[in-house]
Design a protein around this ligand. Structure first.
Ligand code: PLP
Length: 347
């Protein structure tokens, strides 16, 4: 099977398994695991932050981050299709009493004016006060789109004037870096808290990290334990991540190239399906709303040809390229997908 459902489906390479096997470890609840400690320092430094906290998932590092920025009953602004409001099952409300308001953005692409228009800091005694804004980069449900740095910088400048903090959901910030050349410290400089994932395109089996100040990270450390995610000899996971950071960032360019070839092949069948200029990174989001087939039906047809894809609702077919998807598999998909799309237009 060719698996393009997500970039989370990769398996650890020999080199990564070797790094796991030889990792020095200790009990991280006591702060004794040297490998995770070194990793937290490495990633914090990379993003120009004081400290980092390893978490099992990106949802947890997002949630720990926003709860240090937003008190119960206060408000977080985020884009309508963002992971924080669509894919974390209401965690911000359930665990932290955070209320959210959203702004819609075409393909998830940030325009600073949109959140600034709805921001409502110090709203007084009977309206909810906004305290933070979250930005997702790259934007998952937007189709792996990269946020314009100028809009991030503008939003930072204006929101600081309003006394608001900012969180970066950088689950795929690695892809944004490779697509634009923007440094990680530049990305980090615009945000109070950052969440990054290692289990997406970087190919680690487990792991995400929250990055921020010493103070916020020690608060988040207590909450991580309270949520039941204090972990023990996680150096074996941190070693896999360390290996991924060293070996698997630059190669994301290959994933982007293959995604671009897929996007162009779909656009060649009909420009209704996708604008290849919007396939910025490793996600190919194909709009099937103008066809006779639902995304789910196309997923089933692809599966009959040995290709796994994702349906994001009934109208969006999603293919995600990753390190375990090579040129031979790409050729295979190019033999099947354009044909199926063509037939979906007529049948
Ligand atoms: C994958 C992802 C996360 C975190 O997901 P987990 O499955 O909880 O690790 C967060 N934000 C975005 C945009 C993601 O794509």
């Amino acid at each position: 099977m060719i698996d393009l459902r997500s970039d989370t489906v990769t398996r650890p390479s020999e080199g990564m398994r070797d790094a796991i096997a030889h990792a020095p470890v200790g009990d991280d609840v006591y702060g004794d695991d040297p490998t995770v400690n070194a990793l937290q320092e490495r990633v914090a430094k990379l993003f120009g932050k004081e400290a980092g906290l390893f978490t099992p998932t990106g949802s947890l590092s997002n949630q720990l981050s926003i709860r240090t920025l937003v008190k119960p009953g206060e408000e977080l602004l985020t884009e309508t299709q963002s992971h924080i409001v669509r894919a974390e099952l209401g965690a911000g409300a359930v665990f932290s009493g955070i209320t959210t308001r959203t702004w819609p953005a075409r393909h998830g692409i940030l325009e600073a004016s949109a959140p600034l228009e709805i921001a409502s800091p110090d709203a007084g005694a009977y309206l909810v006060s906004t305290t933070a804004i979250a930005v997702e980069n790259t934007h998952n449900f937007g189709g792996g789109t990269v946020q314009p740095l100028s809009e991030i910088a503008l939003l930072r400048k204006e929101s600081l004037k309003l006394g608001l903090t900012m969180h970066l959901d950088g689950a795929r910030i690695w892809n944004a870096h490779v697509a634009t050349g923007t440094s990680f410290s530049e990305f980090g400089s615009h945000f109070d808290t950052v969440s990054v994932c290692f289990s997406k395109g970087l190919g680690a089996p487990v792991g995400s990290m929250m990055l921020s100040t010493h103070e916020r990270i020690s608060e988040a450390r207590r909450w991580r334990k309270r949520y039941g995610a204090g972990m023990r000899q996680i150096g074996i996971l941190a070693a896999a991540v360390d290996y991924a950071l060293t070996h698997n960032i630059e190669r994301l360019a290959d994933d982007h190239k293959r995604a671009q070839i897929l996007a162009k092949a779909c656009a060649q069948v009909s420009p209704l399906f996708i604008d290849p200029n919007l396939a910025h990174t490793n996600i190919v989001a194909i709009d099937v709303s103008k066809t006779s087939k639902s995304a789910g039906e196309l997923v089933a047809q692809l599966a009959e040809h040995g290709i796994l894809a994702g349906a994001m609702g009934s109208k969006l077919l999603r293919l995600v390229t990753h390190m375990d998807f090579d040129d031979a598999q790409l050729e295979q998909v190019l033999k099947v997908l354009p044909d199926l799309l063509k037939r979906s237009l007529v049948a």
